[in-house]
Write a protein that binds this ligand. Structure first.
Ligand code: UDP
Length: 474
């Protein structure tokens, strides 16, 4: 029977792809292991969508020791926004998860389970069964340091962050001084459901056997040190922290040039194009899309823009969505695609010289790995915290000034894009991110810090007896 690690990604293809990359990495360093990945099926549906199932087939055929187990669909309707939906789906799926784990343990030496941190409610199964439980934290160490500290912060708080003045500094171990605006919205109001979820999940993470973080020393040195020094859990014990990044996902379609982006980039000069893409969930109103278009035209730079309007705009054509004549006027300089593009392959292309990003952690790591300087436009989750790290601490991005409700004017966007692509400040940022790219490569190379942590992780699994040999039920 093979030593086996079970991976349990959160709901959604982005989470799945990150976990698959982790699985591939584990196999690189422990080739005799087998990896079993649990897949959450959307509620009220019999199947996952076509592109996810194609992705799974391609992984299965390339990596025979990675197997997928589908968790049966549950009947209910989501009430949370997309980036939090797994919080509703995962607890409802626990009985299926337990059943699948029991059946896996009948045919393999189950060494550990790795949960996406958003699937923390699965610990009701894994802690109960006493299976060694690790978390995969797909955001950076900065958010993790805030998150592990959260129960202490909550206990000591005399006033909720939502009631802070904008000038009240928030001082937390491992982080630069934050303002109320930088702090994740989900943690501002103790009366909100998301606050309670955050609190509960942070307590659960504190009890785990270890936390695997997709980061590396050079990009988050202070936060990693604070975590390892135990400063973020002053009233308890910090689990082992394994920083194994940067791990970037390779989607099945990443080399296919589905909407002509790569061939268009082939015809552009080196480092001349600014790329705009806002993660898997970033959406904009028609008014905001108009301002982006105005800004791009004013910047006079070449651009590749992935346009995604608010949900109700999905059926509106690009011509109607953007200012009149924009597509025609900019056709020599710009390419506009709808909803989705192969971001990884685009960032790898030599013609791309800048990236306007929503600061999702995967996007940040992808840009760092390719040495592409950024302009920050955070939209949701922890993205404003990431902005502080990128702009103030690491100086690998320019900040975009937004109005109080998050609206960005075309003039502001145009000026920042021009600054990044043409001005001295942009050049400094490019030089700094190229050094960061080198450090990222070193972290993952022979003897690098991420490899050292991966080895420690493998060793920690070897120390655990296989779970089925402990379980009276198997
Ligand atoms: N992505 C992509 N094409 C798009 C938008 C996003 O390939 O048009 C990929 C991107 O490369 C990244 C992931 O989707 O790997 C988004 O993850 P991130 O953490 O940046 O943001 P999230 O979607 O979780 O907010």
């Amino acid at each position: 029977m093979k030593d086996t690690i079970v991976l349990y990604p959160a709901f959604g293809s982005g989470h799945l792809m990150s976990m698959v990359e982790l699985g591939k990495l584990i196999l690189t360093h422990n080739p005799s292991f087998s990896i079993k990945i649990l897949i959450l099926t959307p509620p009220n549906k019999n199947n996952i969508n076509d592109s996810t199932s194609q992705y799974i087939s391609s992984i299965s055929s390339k990596f025979p020791t990675i197997n997928f187990h589908y968790i049966p669909s549950i009947s209910f309707t989501f009430t949370l926004p997309p980036h939090l939906q797994t919080l509703e789906l995962s607890p409802r799926s626990n009985h299926h998860v337990e059943h699948i784990i029991q059946s896996i343990a009948k045919t393999s030496n189950l060494k550990a389970i790795i949960l996406d941190f958003l699937n923390y409610s699965a610990t009701q199964v894994t802690y109960n069964l006493e299976i060694p439980t690790y978390f995969y934290y797909t955001s950076g160490a900065s958010l993790l340091s805030l998150f592990l500290n959260f129960p202490t912060f909550h206990k000591n708080a005399t006033i909720a962050v939502k009631d802070y003045s904008i000038h009240t500094p928030i001082e937390l171990p491992g982080l630069p001084r934050l303002s109320k605006d930088d702090y994740p919205d989900e943690g501002k109001d103790p009366a909100s459901p998301s606050y309670q979820v955050l609190l509960q999940s942070a307590k659960t993470l504190r009890e785990s056997d270890g936390i695997i973080v997709n980061t590396f020393d050079a990009i988050e040195r202070k936060a990693i040190k604070a975590l390892r020094d135990g400063l973020c859990v002053p009233d308890g014990i910090t689990p082992s922290i394994f920083c194994i990044g940067p791990v970037v996902s390779v989607s099945a379609s990443s080399e296919k040039d589905e909407n002509g982006c790569l061939s268009w980039l082939d015809s552009q000069p080196s480092q001349s194009v600014v790329f705009l893409s806002f993660g898997s969930m970033g959406r904009f109103s028609k008014a905001q899309l108009h301002e982006i278009a105005i800004g791009l035209e004013k910047s006079e730079q070449r651009f590749l823009w992935v346009v995604r309007g608010d949900l109700e705009l999905d059926d509106v054509s690009l011509e109607e969505l953007l200012p009149e004549g924009f597509l025609e006027r900019t056709k020599e300089k710009g390419l506009v695609v709808r909803n989705w593009a192969s971001q990884g392959a685009i960032l790898r292309h030599d013609s791309v010289g800048g990236f306007v990003t929503h600061c999702g952690w995967n996007s940040v790591l992808e840009a760092v790995c390719e040495g592409v300087p950024m302009i920050t436009w955070p939209l949701y989750a922890e993205q404003k915290l990431n902005r502080v790290i990128l702009v103030q601490e690491k100086k690998i991005a320019l900040e975009l000034n937004e109005s109080k409700n998050g609206f960005v004017s075309g003039i502001e966007l145009g000026e920042r894009v021009k600054e990044l692509m043409e001005a001295e400040k942009g050049k400094e940022i490019r030089d700094t991110i190229l050094k960061m790219k080198k450090s990222a490569k070193e972290a993952r190379g022979g003897g690098g810090s991420s490899l050292v942590d991966l080895k420690m992780l493998g060793d920690s699994w070897q120390e655990h007896a296989s779970w089925n040999s402990l379980s009276p039920n198997s």
